[in-house]
Design a protein around this ligand. Structure first.
Ligand code: FMN
Length: 209
């Protein structure tokens, strides 16, 4: 099936088959997220695969959605790093230089200076907005690859961020939450499976200027 056919068929699940999990499919979707392009290849996002039962219950309790999140096979939180310091830019510059065959400390320093100017020069608010935007790219590929692997999903921004943060010690990890994704198998009584795909006409979204 083509990617666009898959995207036309996937839907945001409202009701999951309780406990239906598929770890291989989840790994496939996570791999796609890891391959997502990011500015400077900095990858300022993290995906927290929530496995511990007590943590899962606390996370599920923070969600506003009517979807039966607690019964999904998997729960994954996409979050972004809140501080540039967490990006380990020295090591990143050295790795990129080595990858490109750029020899010497001077080449590494030049790359490092470029990152410093752009990434470290951002205000805290701008850094967070930038990191968040990169996170959604990873999320998009994750959702597409989950659909490819036959894993149904519901992405959710509707949660109590403080409660979710406490459940996962997000502050301690230097993270801010973006989107929680429940994954599994859409249930036979999932109403969303029968809803027609609603999208604006392409011409109203795509402006050829
Ligand atoms: C970033 C993002 C956040 C979303 N947040 C929620 C949410 O909090 N609760 C919910 O029930 N659905 C949420 N959704 C699902 C959307 O409502 C759904 O994707 C949209 O209506 C399009 O329907 P479809 O995905 O079935 O095509 C979210 C989707 C995205 C991409």
């Amino acid at each position: 099936m083509s990617l666009t056919d898959l995207l036309g068929r996937r839907h945001a699940v409202r009701r999951f088959v309780p406990g239906a999990a598929d770890s291989a499919a989840l790994d496939h979707a996570l791999h796609a997220a890891v391959l997502a392009p990011t500015a400077f290849n900095a990858q300022p996002w993290r995906a927290l695969v929530i496995e511990d039962a007590t943590t899962r219950a606390a996370v599920s309790g923070s969600v506003y959605s009517s979807t039966n999140v607690g019964e999904a096979g998997h729960l994954v939180l996409f979050a972004h790093l809140t501080k540039a310091g967490a990006l380990a830019l020295d090591a990143h510059a050295a790795k990129v230089a080595a990858q490109r065959g750029l020899a010497g400390a001077e080449a590494v320093r030049k790359l490092r200076d470029g990152y410093a100017r752009d990434i470290e020069g951002k205000s805290p608010a701008d850094f967070n907005a930038w990191a968040r935007a990169q996170t959604y790219l990873a999320l998009g590929l994750f959702l597409a690859a989950a659909a490819e692997a036959g894993l149904d999903a519901c992405p959710m921004e509707g949660f109590d961020a403080a409660r979710l943060g406490d459940a996962l010690d997000l502050t301690g990890r230097g993270l801010a939450p973006d989107v929680l994704v429940a994954l599994g198998q859409s249930a036979p009584d999932d109403p969303a499976a029968r809803w027609p795909k609603i999208r604006q006409e392409a011409d109203s979204l795509i402006l050829r200027v």
